[in-house]
Ligand binder design. Structure first.
Ligand SMILES: Cc1cc2nc3c(=O)[nH]c(=O)nc-3n(C[C@H](O)[C@H](O)[C@H](O)COP(=O)(O)OP(=O)(O)OC[C@H]3O[C@@H](n4cnc5c(N)ncnc54)[C@H](O)[C@@H]3O)c2cc1C
Length: 502
């Protein structure tokens, strides 16, 4: 017997978003006997990129009861300790954004204030020296974090790089085993209730119809239901994030199996390198106003470190977010809900948080406007906070060697970000607005990685004498370096524990 007014839920789209939603809903709402249908079109296909993640992907897999080793083998996954930023501050520079905090907070004062003091006192102030995860990454080593780390220095998170197509197929098997019914076909039209405007059914190109009480739009950039059918509207953020195009190719397995994503700043954007067990994913994200397609393609191909395996694929996008992800009886996830360029690999995590909202606010007893407003408020907040973090990467760069980078230096930024940057500059305080996807030390990475040391620091950091400070810092550096020299190489770790079949 159904305990819900929603008897039939239809998911439109079978990319990463569609199958993640199908897997979660079929497991988490199993008791409610809701019929779940997923429609996808092989003719249209999926976006086929989206292979770098952040650590929250592990809790998503855990929520489904997925075995980590099975998942890694099935998706040719590798481990990711963070992101390397090459040439971003200026050409020849590099810094690392680990999924971890730096050093140890002392006397209740955040560690980065001691770094700011160290910088002034000419002591070693490079945050990388105080990060176990960064040192592991620089040495291409990997170890799983200890469940109860003996010291905060040994605490870090990790994520994965995986093959997006294989991940969708893996989740498809999972969802179909839990009763999700897959329909192959191309949706041509949608029908609406004459009074409420709710979507009642979709009609496929061959005339079949699929009706439902509730629809989850995972149709990708086209936003087939949320936009084309319901005209929900979109916030366009291209004036703050000028990249609007990408080109992607797969290349051979990399000689160097880095436990991190590499992003290299280029003349009109940046290039990614994502190492998987069987191949490498590469792409150039760029601003079409400053670079044409041919130039983008040659930039990408010239920057590869292994042989190309596929034809280049091109993408165009409008950075921004859907004004509402929940409108009438339609809930949008994935690219249908908005898109922020993949510089910090946030899209899959946004699918996850979207699914969490859908499950938490699931309209078992009918759709309630207050619930919808709350979901849409959270969605807006979440996108805006990540947007500001990504804009910081461009705004804080010292590069002015090309028209694109000159534009980044002079472009306007949102007031929320301007405020954060000013407060950090004046006293090293990282302003956090409600829960943010990126925590305090991620912001510290960017400020210090771009050499934006604050002019002042929290004066409580002066409680230590200069020699005590030097001694504490040295102890931390030694502990980090000593521990980071022990683990296996990333390649050996995978070979030993979770190598995918050839
Ligand atoms: C260049 C680029 C790089 C990226 N890199 C990353 C990254 O490193 N990390 C990350 O987290 N994210 C990344 N992303 C985002 C990531 O790719 C997406 O969030 C993720 O793949 C989810 O996509 P989706 O399922 O929403 O859409 P899609 O993969 O486009 O799937 C849409 C689905 O809808 C179906 N569909 C559409 N129209 C119809 C129709 N009329 N009838 C029937 N079915 C239909 C399609 O067949 C398909 O199954 C990147 C995106 C881009 C563009």
């Amino acid at each position: 017997m159904s305990h819900s007014q929603i008897n039939h839920l239809t998911i439109v789209g079978g990319g990463t978003a569609g199958w993640m939603a199908a897997a979660s809903i079929s497991r988490q709402l199993a008791d409610f006997n809701i019929k779940i249908t997923l429609i996808e079109s092989e003719d249209i296909g999926t976006v086929g990129v989206g292979e770098a993640t952040i650590p929250s992907i592990r809790s998503y897999n855990d929520s489904l009861g997925i075995d980590e080793i099975d998942f890694i083998k099935a998706t040719q996954a590798t481990f990711k300790l963070g992101i390397e930023f090459r040439d971003w501050r200026e050409k020849g520079s590099r810094f690392f954004h680990p999924f971890a905090d730096y050093g140890i907070d002392l006397n209740g004062v955040a560690f980065h204030h001691y770094l700011a003091r160290a910088k002034i006192a000419d002591l070693p102030a490079d945050p990388a020296q105080y990060s176990f995860a960064t040192q592991l990454a620089w040495q291409n080593r990997f170890a799983q974090p200890h469940p109860n780390p003996p010291s905060p220095l040994a605490d870090f998170g990790y994520a994965y790089h995986f093959d997006a197509g294989r991940y969708a197929r893996f989740l498809r098997r999972y969802a179909e085993a839990r009763g999700v019914n897959r329909v192959e076909g191309k949706i041509a039209t949608t029908q609406h209730h004459p009074d409420s405007g709710n979507i009642t059914c979709v009609t496929l190109g061959d005339g079949r119809t699929v009706n439902a009480d509730f629809f989850v739009d995972c149709s990708g950039f086209r936003g087939l239901l949320i936009e084309k059918a319901l005209h929900t509207g979109y916030d366009d953020w291209r004036s703050w994030l000028p990249c609007d195009s990408a080109i992607a190719v797969q290349s051979d397995k990399a000689a160097e199996l880095t436990p991190y994503t590499r992003t290299t700043a280029k003349a009109a954007g940046w290039q990614w390198r994502i190492p998987l067990q069987h191949r490498t994913g590469n792409g150039y994200v760029y601003a079409s106003e400053f670079c044409d397609q041919n130039k983008a393609e040659s930039t990408l191909l010239d920057g590869l470190d292994s042989t190309v395996l596929t034809e280049p694929r091109r993408f165009q996008f409008v950075t921004g977010k859907r004004k509402k992800i929940w409108h009438k009886n339609c809930f949008a996830l994935g690219l249908a809900s908005g898109f922020l360029e993949p510089l910090e690999s946030t899209s899959i995590s946004l699918i996850q948080t979207g699914i969490s909202k859908l499950l938490e606010f699931f309209p078992h007893n009918g759709i309630n406007t207050a619930d919808q407003n709350e979901v849409n408020r959270q969605h807006a907040h979440e996108f805006e906070r990540i947007r500001d973090f990504i804009i910081l990467h461009y705004k804080a760069s010292n590069r002015s060697d090309t028209p694109f980078w000159q534009h980044c230096q002079t472009m306007n930024i949102p007031d929320t970000l301007a405020h954060k940057m000013e407060v950090f500059n004046s006293r090293g305080k990282v302003v956090m607005l409600e829960p943010e996807a990126f925590e305090r030390d991620s912001w510290v990475t960017m400020y210090l990685g771009f050499h934006k040391f604050p002019q002042d620091y929290d004066r409580r950091a002066n409680t230590l004498t200069s020699s005590q400070l030097a001694e504490q810092l040295e102890k931390m550096r030694n502990a980090v370096h000593q521990a980071a020299s022990q683990p296996l190489s990333h390649a050996d770790f995978i070979q030993r524990h979770c190598a995918a079949p050839e």
